[in-house]
Design a protein around this ligand. Structure first.
Ligand SMILES: [Zn+2]
Length: 120
């Protein structure tokens, strides 16, 4: 018998593994969608990703939009591990507003002051 992994399992796992972000994938952009603080929303289709949206982790409430498309400049590489934790490369640097500069590595926010070794 086949079991589908229920969606809440990802959420639960990411809590166990102390993730700041877990992945939520939308197959179509949805203007009504309310971004949650601990959710990294991916817009894309089956087998490809176009955009990553998430609320700035500093608490300023702004939504950060990153392109995951190689045809765009700049674009970010996204990796999702077995526990649904996202890693983005390179770092995210908001050039306006709060000017936050951080990495997302295995679902965790690493502020640039704490920068250590980030082999992708
Ligand atoms: Zn911010």
């Amino acid at each position: 018998m086949l079991f589908k992994k229920p969606k809440f399992a990802n959420k639960l796992l990411s809590k166990v593994f102390r993730s700041d972000f877990y992945i939520y994938k939308l197959y179509q952009a949805n203007r009504q969608y309310q971004y949650k603080k601990d959710e990294l929303t991916i817009i894309g289709g089956r087998g490809y990703n176009k955009w990553a949206h998430f609320k700035c982790p500093c608490g300023c409430d702004e939504v950060i939009n990153l392109s995951l498309m190689k045809s765009h400049s700049p674009y970010w590489k996204l990796k999702i591990d077995l526990f649904s934790r996202p890693t983005l490369w390179p770092s995210i640097w908001k050039k306006d507003g709060c000017e936050s500069h951080f990495w997302i590595k295995k679902g965790r926010i690493i502020w640039c002051e704490e920068e250590q070794d980030f082999g992708f």
